[in-house]
Design a protein around this ligand. Structure first.
Ligand code: NAD
Ligand code: TYD
Length: 360
């Protein structure tokens, strides 16, 4: 991106887990102004960006990324230098129960946003047009599942998604790429591995395990617990996104990962050990005794692993947090943020846990 003025980002899904981390870092560091467009689904939480409520470099619109009147008005009024597209339905298990909403947001919504972005970008000229970027935040799940000996996913790995979630993200990636090849829109795509850290909605493995362990509830492991994920601390992901936005090559894809492959059994065991250490007075020690093997997820991808040598060699990005240090920070964040936890464990959350796991 060119120019030295403070840039304005239109961030979609900025009230969710990764988007809020990106907005907080971008605004607090003085790096950019952020206009956050978020529908505030169950996964979007206004508390995530409460710290920015009165900040002059932060503006919030509640709405759908596919609402063309709304995005058109934001483009007109804020003249963003980049769009950073986080907004999505993001949970594989929910996509199995209710795939339609994933197609609506992740595919149709992304298309509407792309089309409005194109109209805006085509009217820009000179340096503003040259420097504009559409950064689409995607997942390694589009590549499908690896066998134990397979090399990690690289940018040229063919797409082979397994779940309605990953299939909808794959479709969106294709649309973003098509807008570049067909119309010249200056896009960037990132495909990242599993994130963890503060403010993640507790339907995902790591926050679910932490919060259940606090309360002495079962820690559910699907199947044999030996599925492998590659974990990355959320702030490392956001640093990678800023790097790609600044210096990534237009039209290119960058894979982002933590080089931290762990079986789910390892991950939950490590969490239990850390919680035993951090909370010696807990009545639920040893936390491992709470682990419970439950029915497997249909179409459960066996292994994800990301080769991130392109972003490392081309742009110099590497993760800075280790798995243990990141997990410690995460556990302590959930311990210190009782009001946040209470706000997300609403009746709707309890109904999801009951429907999906059959316990309260
Ligand atoms: P999240 O579910 O925590 O947040 C999604 C946000 O999008 C929420 O604030 C929600 O309110 C908003 N949203 C949903 N539908 C919307 C719509 N129609 N219009 C506007 N806003 C809408 O998700 P996350 O974990 O922060 O993931 C963000 C992005 O990163 C997603 O695109 C996801 O596919 C991708 N990603 C996530 C991970 C991960 O491990 N969490 C890894 C790689 C990529
Ligand atoms: P999740 O956090 O849902 O992320 P994703 O499915 O996008 O990788 O799940 C991470 C891994 O943990 C995945 O292999 C499924 C498994 N898992 C469990 O074993 N138990 C659970 O209760 C959940 C939510 C996930």
């Amino acid at each position: 991106m060119v120019g030295t003025h403070k840039r304005t980002f239109l961030v979609t899904g900025g009230s969710g887990f990764i988007g809020s981390s990106f907005v907080l870092q971008s605004v607090m560091s003085g790096h950019a102004r952020c206009v956050n467009l978020d529908k505030l689904t169950y996964a979007g939480n206004p508390l995530n960006l409460e710290a920015l409520a009165d900040h002059p470099d932060y503006t919030f619109f509640r709405g759908d990324l596919g609402d063309r009147d709304l995005t058109n008005g934001i483009f007109r009024d804020f003249q963003p230098d980049a769009v950073v597209n986080f907004a999505a339905e993001s949970h594989v298990d929910r996509s199995i129960h209710d795939p339609g909403v994933f197609i609506g947001t992740n595919v149709v919504g992304t298309w509407n946003l792309l089309d409005e972005t194109l109209r805006y970008w085509e009217r820009l000229d000179g340096e503003r047009r040259e420097g504009f970027r559409f950064l689409h935040v995607s997942t390694d799940e589009v590549y499908g599942s690896l066998g134990p000996q397979d090399p990690p996913f690289h940018e040229g790995t063919p797409y082979d998604p397994s779940s309605p979630y990953s299939a909808s993200k794959a479709a969106a990636d294709h649309l973003v790429r098509a807008c570049h090849r067909t119309y010249g829109l200056p896009v960037l795509i990132t495909n990242c591995s599993n994130n963890y850290g503060p403010r993640q909605f507790p339907e995902k493995l790591i926050p679910l395990t932490i919060l259940n362990a606090f309360q002495g509830k079962p820690l559910p492991l699907y199947g044999d617990g030996l599925n492998v994920r590659d974990w990355l601390y959320v702030e490392d992901h956001c640093a990678a996104l800023r790097t790609v936005l600044e210096r990534g090559r237009v039209g290119h894809t960058y894979n982002i990962g933590g080089r931290c492959e762990r079986t789910n059994l390892d991950t939950v065991t490590t969490l239990c050990r850390l919680m035993d250490e951090l909370f010696p007075e807990s009545p639920h020690r040893p936390h491992e005794s709470l682990m419970a093997f439950v029915k497997d997820r249909p179409g459960h991808d066996r292994r994800y692993a990301v080769d991130c040598s392109k972003i490392r060699e081309e742009l110099g990005w590497t993760p800075s947090e280790s798995f243990e240090s990141g997990l410690r920070k995460t556990i302590l964040w959930y311990r210190a943020n009782g009001p946040w936890v209470k706000s997300v464990q609403s009746g709707a959350y309890r109904r999801w846990i009951e429907r999906h796991y059959g316990f309260h």
